[in-house]
Write a protein that binds this ligand. Structure first.
Ligand SMILES: Nc1ncnc2c1ncn2[C@@H]1O[C@H](COP(=O)(O)OP(=O)(O)OP(=O)(O)O)[C@@H](O)[C@H]1O
Ligand SMILES: Nc1nc2c(c(=O)[nH]1)N[C@H]1C(S)=C(S)[C@@H](COP(=O)(O)O)O[C@H]1N2
Length: 177
């Protein structure tokens, strides 16, 4: 099986201008390094909170770079410039609302402002796009909740088989799959 490509997109005006170091993209990368045992390759991007740029980046990662999974961080809140969910919805063929619902539910046990994230997920062709909030500590909090379902989701889209280190995280696949 060929190596899975995973897009890692930091959406932040200040990180993209170099005003602070991007900790979100590396946190996603580190999370995947720990959890995945099958071969994979990161395709990283750091971009501003501009809807057109986000849409173009997500489309490129799915269509040209052939990423089976694209994980974004940032731009999911109520600020005027937070438009990552709108960009995600605009490039997706079908939405996967359960991801946002579950991540908010789990995040609410960590922080009362979890409901301020409009994070969502959806499918563009054979790629799954998942939004995470911008706070670096939110990354593991959210991925721990939804990642167990991601390998099977990608199987169902005929993508590469993602294997996990079961000591870290057990990917759920219905029996016999
Ligand atoms: N990619 C990141 N790397 C490091 N810290 C981050 C990142 N994204 C967010 N943060 C931290 O989380 C806080 C809240 O995140 P939020 O998404 O609201 O950032 P922000 O202030 O909207 O960023 P920006 O204005 O640059 O888009 C930020 O002030 C910053 O301290
Ligand atoms: N797990 C988790 N979810 C979280 C947070 C967090 O710290 N941990 N921060 C919340 C806050 S304070 C905001 S404003 C929203 C949106 O963040 P974003 O605009 O950086 O995407 O995510 C929320 N969801």
């Amino acid at each position: 099986m060929n190596s899975a490509k995973i897009g890692i997109v930091t959406v932040s005006d200040r990180a993209s201008r170099g005003e602070y170091q991007d900790l979100g993209g590396p946190a996603i990368n580190d999370y995947l390094q720990v959890v995945l045992t099958s071969e994979w390759q990161a395709v990283p991007r750091v971009i501003p909170d501009e809807q057109a740029v986000i849409e173009q980046t997500l489309s490129d990662l799915c269509d040209q770079q052939d990423c089976c999974l694209v994980i974004t961080t940032g731009g999911t809140g109520p600020s005027r410039r937070d438009v990552t969910p709108e960009a995600t919805e605009s490039v997706c063929d079908r939405m996967m609302p359960g991801f946002g619902e579950l991540m908010r539910q789990v995040s609410l046990t960590k922080v009362p402002t979890a409901i301020l994230s409009r994070q969502t997920a959806g499918l563009r062709g054979d790629s799954l796009i998942v939004n995470l909030p911008g706070k670096p500590k939110a990354i593991a909090e959210c991925l721990d909740a939804v990642f167990p379902a991601i390998p099977y989701c990608i199987d169902l889209m005929n993508g590469p088989r993602l294997e996990t280190d079961e000591k870290q995280l057990v990917a759920f696949r219905p029996k016999g799959k």
